[in-house]
Design a protein around this ligand. Sequence first.
Ligand code: FES
Ligand SMILES: [Fe+2]
Length: 401
Amino acid sequence: MNAVNELKWAAKYPDLGTEPIGVEPCISPEFYEKEREKVFLKTWLKVGRVEEIPNPGDYKVKKLSFAKTSAILIRGKDGVIRGFHNICSHRGNKVIVEDGEETFGKNKAAVVTCRFHGWVYDAKGAIASVPEIEKFHAGFDKEKNGLTPIHTAVWEGFIFVNLDRAEKVEPLDSYLGGIGKHLSGFPYHELTQCFSYKTYLDCNWKVAHDAFAEAYHVATIHAGSFPNVFSSGLSDVQLFGPHRTTAICLSLNAEPTPVAKIANSLATGSLVAQRGASMLPKSVNPSRRDDFSFELSVLFPNLLLHISEGIWFTHQFWPMAHNKTLWEGKYYVRPPKTNSERWALEHAQCLQRNAWLEDTATMEDTQTALESGAKSVMHLQDDEVLIRHGYKTIEQYMDAE
Ligand code: FES
Ligand SMILES: [Fe+2]
């Protein structure tokens, strides 16, 4: 047995326990249905960035399959971004025709028009016009039949929605609490060059999430793209209510390949180089250790947000069924100014892409194997504490009234 004093996170967070974790939450359709209702339809979910819809009348539609809906996020003439269900009050058509998980559009007058019979809505969701309105019966009140609003709020340029039907929900700032403060002040809005990947995985969203929430797998899964680059342990783990964060550090003895060395000297696009701490909030890597690589934070339930000098990136896991997940990865750096910087960033991206493909390699196998029923639990080690906290948090939400 391991000596207890080696298990530092278990000692720091005794409430999380040390027992194995049941596999039921990853394989049960009934659990999934309840989780949709109690977690995903009750919490704040990141659905975009303000830079995606910079001008009045710009809009984005984000599909939210788990809720069988899509959110229209539209910037009004007053500059405010509001969210609505993408469904027309007339006969229920989708107001905006979607072409995939994310759809973008703009309208100078800041209105959206349903193509079926031409009802027009303004950016506050109110009906702006109904063709042949005189033919509607006396009981139809235009004022009461705008778009159905969705709670929408912005934190550090990230647009969040909360699909709870209640009129009032906990404000986003209070929901994020300590993690919001911890990650505030980073120049997300300046690092706007985005590389993104997405795919549908035949696994539970937690199986995908968990594969990105520890560094224990790096030596094995990432032996190809990041050999001996990161240390497997976590540093500065902090739990903030349902949210959690850790620092991921480098093994400083790793020798980069000659090409990587050149790329690292040209641009700050790669996680594997030391790049200082000029833009990190003070609470991140508080002791300014020089082996710090990036901060890995989980904004409950489904957003991993990472910040690093000159880089930030997200993974988001959208449940689609108990064994199906949409994974979206987005990686942001400062736009390159020269061709050599562009090349260096592309190089960093290729490395990152390879690493992410390595990450996704195990997820569907894990799901199939878990569904065999041959194992009823998973055994987590001390540096898998973020995963343990994730299951504990879900349990709390499932048990809540
Ligand atoms: S369904 Fe939208 S205008 Fe008729
Ligand atoms: Fe990984």
